[in-house]
Design a protein around this ligand. Structure first.
Ligand SMILES: NC(=O)c1ccc[n+]([C@@H]2O[C@H](COP(=O)([O-])OP(=O)(O)OC[C@H]3O[C@@H](n4cnc5c(N)ncnc54)[C@H](O)[C@@H]3O)[C@@H](O)[C@H]2O)c1
Length: 234
């Protein structure tokens, strides 16, 4: 029997990353989740408590996969967070933390994973955001990090081809926590609803799978149509 494919999902303990990890596990991938937080115990994955913004921890994470799983077919670089803070109050340390987790981590991960990904003729999927191209106030560090990630994605696709495909998913509003979206939150989307983590997981599963072989360097927006909607006050 063919050896199961191996996927690394960063930030896979909850939210979108957890949905991706569940989906890939269901499709018989061997899944490794890298996250300081522990995923739910029912997730069929090996958990590594790692901060992917830290160079030494990333190198140890990939060395561990080489030693334990012995291959890497897919990297889903999903870990990230948003800081909302007025520019005048944003410290350089805070800026660097957001850029570190949301952008630099992907550089560190792909650099450490390159040899295994090439050997497996694998795929990388980065999780950016529609905020790479549009903003609310007080989100400079997040928007900059996601814009950088979109650009890093196409740069990597050129450098790592033809062995490794590298694509990006930019989610819009995906409900992962807190109060349920209101009817008007759903209704403002051309698709008629707010997004679910499973929406992103389905796209990621296709991008790391065998049917997307002619797709690399691309950004896929999954936002229920919100960034296509022209908004003027009545
Ligand atoms: N939820 C949305 O509406 C939305 C929209 C657009 C983009 N995104 C992006 O999708 C990704 C996942 O978002 P989410 O809403 O599921 O977030 P979430 O906060 O629910 O989960 C993020 C996970 O990433 C982990 N994480 C954070 N920093 C890390 C680090 N340095 N190293 C390892 N793990 C780390 C956290 O511990 C957490 O388990 C993020 O990159 C986010 O920017 C989310």
């Amino acid at each position: 029997m063919a050896q199961a494919k191996v996927a690394l999902v960063t930030g896979g303990a909850k939210g979108i990353g957890l949905a991706v990890a569940r989906r890939l596990a269901r499709e018989d991938w061997r899944v490794v989740v890298a996250d300081p937080a522990a995923p739910p115990p029912d997730l069929a994955a090996r958990h590594v408590a790692a901060d992917v913004a830290d160079e030494a921890q990333v190198d140890a994470l990939l060395a561990g996969i080489a030693a334990q799983e012995g291959r890497l077919d897919a990297l889903v670089s999903n870990a990230g967070f948003m800081l909302r803070k007025p520019l005048r109050d944003l410290t350089l340390g805070e800026w660097n933390r957001v850029i570190g987790a949301n952008l630099t981590a992907t550089f560190l991960l792909v650099r450490a994973a390159e040899a295994m990904l090439r050997a497996a003729r694998g795929a990388v999927v980065t999780i950016a955001s529609t905020r790479a191209r549009q903003s609310e106030a007080d989100t400079e560090s997040y928007s900059a990090s996601k814009g950088g990630l979109v650009a890093l994605t196409h740069a990597l696709s050129v450098s790592l081809g033809p062995e490794v495909r590298v694509n990006c998913v930019s989610p819009g509003w995906i409900h992962t926590r807190g109060d349920a979206p209101r009817p008007e939150d759903h209704a403002q989307h051309p698709a008629g609803r707010v997004g679910r983590p499973e929406d992103i997981a389905a796209l990621v599963a296709w991008l790391v799978g065998p049917e997307s072989g002619f797709v690399t360097g691309a950004e896929f927006v999954s936002d229920g149509g919100m960034t296509r909607k022209m908004i003027y006050a009545a």
